[in-house]
Design a protein around this ligand. Sequence first.
Ligand SMILES: [Zn+2]
Length: 451
Amino acid sequence: MTTSDRGSDMTTPDTSTPLVPASELSQDEVITLCAELIRFDTSNPTSDERACADWVAGRLAEAGIESELVESAPGRANVIARIAGADPERGALLVHGHLDVVPADASEWQVPPFSGEIRDGYLWGRGAIDMKDTVAVMIATARHFARTGTRPSRDLVLAFLADEEAGGKFGAHWLVEHRPDLFAGVTEAIGEGGGFSFAIDGTRRLYPIENAQRGMAWMELTATGRAGHGSSPNDENAVTDLAESLARIGRETFPIRLIEPVRALLEEAARLYGVEFDEDDIEGSLERLGPVSDFMQVVLRNSANPTMFDAGYQTNVIPGKATARVDGRFLPGHEQELIDTIDRLLLPSVTREWVNHDIAMETTFDGPLVDAMCAAVRAEDPDGHPVPYCNPGGTDAKAFTRLGIRCFGFKGLKLPHDLDYGRLFHGVDERVPLEGLRFGVRVMSRLWQSC
Ligand SMILES: [Zn+2]
């Protein structure tokens, strides 16, 4: 069975009542909303989210939607709203987006990064795809539902969060720890990390829907040696030992581990390209898949890259200690393998400590929510092929998983074939196609009524 028709075997919620389509007004409004969101400089770590959060609460209130503004620290603001669904007996769906963005260096950009300018069919600015686009889609869809009296199929919890770009200490993780009541009854969640289009050819697109994430294993390595004069022989030089350990880690080729979402995506891509996917010859299969395999390289295996090094204070002094940082990532089910590999590569004088250690996640690609996401994509893009997807990085979903919530990444963004989406993430000239925003409201509007 291929991934794309897997959904049809599952029970889907009753769709006998026709869905209320997203109005023209809501599709126009999403563009204005996104532009206004971009104009709040919510750079993390230099700014805070309070003004932006107040504005979000205001846009919801205008449509009669109550929300709660929760500050985890002065200025670090989150907004949570609950919208009653048609069937209160079913578990609620959490829809989350973050209000903060990574900083931008205006001198590198073609447009001022916080101007929210429209040019050539795109809305430009920091956060345009990460992820004020989705935040705008959430607000536009909620306002559309409120204006038209449209009810979601089940209760919705909308969460507009602080601090995602720095790990969610003042956002998702804080709320999960201090205000779990806000998520009472939530069984599933959608957030960033999937639901965008990836061009297969001139007409067909994959829509990777995230149902897995790699875990984070950021570590600090410390080498301890014998301090001494820089001119004397020293076989316990901390700098040498650390450098050697780092070189081994950096040059290590981790073995391919084909986890289910990655396999499913590659198989569907092979089907669409009309080429064979042979599990006994993964390298050969990947070659046949061209751009898809480039896109998937990062989730084929664990990884560990040395990123920082700190040692010494004078050329002629051998320090007794040297430290370095390594960015390690592991696939679901392969954490121990990463740890064992690192420990094998370290020289005996080098120890490691976690700087940031967070879980990998994986849930199955099935059930009514998955069916509804796939159906919403296909309805709005008949040449769209939804597939499971493993996110190479991490999102706020890691926090919500701790509450037993089943987390997916799904935004509903159709992109032009010539746009390099990956490069725009945290990149220069970040921008979102206006048509993509309108598409998002149509998809989200369907999803909320049918999930
Ligand atoms: Zn993001």
